[in-house]
Design a protein around this ligand. Sequence first.
Ligand code: SF4
Length: 435
Amino acid sequence: MAGMTLTEKILAKHAQRDRVAPGENIWVDVDVLMTHDVCGPGTIGVFHKQFGKNAKVWDRDKVVIIPDHYIFTADAMANRNVDVLRAFVKEQNLPHFYDVGTDRYKGVCHIALAEEGHTRPGEVLLGTDSHTCNAGAFGEFATGIGNTDAGFVMGTGKLWLKTPPTMRFVFHGELPPWLMAKDMILSVIGDIGCDGATYKAMEFDGPGVYSLNMEERMTLCNMVIEAGGKNGVIAPDQVTLDYVNARNKLGKKYEVVKGDPDATFEFEKVYDLAKLKPVIAKPHSPDNKAFVDELVGMRLDRAYIGSCTGGKITDFRAAAKILNGNTVKIDTFIVPATTEIAKNLKTETLDGKTLEQVFLNAGAKIGEASCAACLGGPADTFGRLNSAIRCISTTNRNFPGRMGNKEAEVFLASPLTVAASALNGFITDPREYFA
Ligand code: SF4
């Protein structure tokens, strides 16, 4: 009998079974359910409708509520959504609420989950956001679900799931200084297409993956949904455990799960990082892949460095290396994913200047920790594309209208490529800055 993949083993454990096979439907016990200001009100509505006005969530210690999307706006409906979350947290006496306007406010949910110790190896984490797959970087099963499923999980702690088959992506070699995890995942998505991994687990492996820090591993897993993946996953190593143990403020016990050595994969693709070049996704799809050197010179109106997949401290360290001592030629927006990252921008230094000073000196604007313009949002959202302009961005989606105006064009790239392009006002190969 063939062994099981990491995803299959986690799911089998949470279904109290010895083994599961791809395609099997199982009831899975959930360790963490996350919701935010966009989907929280709908989830709460489903929960109350199905379980009753006075129902209690299945386990108040396993529900995490993180307002992050439409936060710094005058939009009344957006503000009302956060009020709905506040009322529910009070009603249910929930301990894990990161409310805006308090010192608990964090910013983008996926990075907040990791920083606040809610991501642990071997667990099942579900969230009402498609990029919940981000947490697979910690060796757990993590996926996005809709409000109806989330309302059910809220009441029962369980979900009926189909076991996905696993595709494996192996990266050999070392990442050169001009490449980042964003180049790796844009390569994969470009190669297999936006539907290339539909309802499949995408497991990342190889020395090129294990040389990445946890933020970069999150960037890989975050974007599996752009290939239709059910979940992304990386087996834990010491780097994972060090991050998790340092963040495990709640003192939660967890059990590391690894795939069997004789596990079978539905598909395998091997990459050599020494042969990879900076990658970009052209409008209007993350799989519309090109190499940056094919588009050099294309005029741009805006640069944006932010989001759960491009607004972490690793992303800003990279951008700062290029922006340091230079001046941007186009509007450049910097949005830290979380308040912790925002604080680090004020304390981490490069050549005696804080990263914040590097960005401000270069002429960039810095916004508050949140999703900001990654998802467009209300018209007063920081960095939103309010007209038909051309933007290069470290975010994860470039569908029409995703960052605001439906006629705007968004190119997705690494923070290095975005920073280099910001300095010239046209698409620029970051290798120019590593001569
Ligand atoms: S930063 Fe963007 S992709 Fe990430 S959770 Fe927010 S809107 Fe979604």
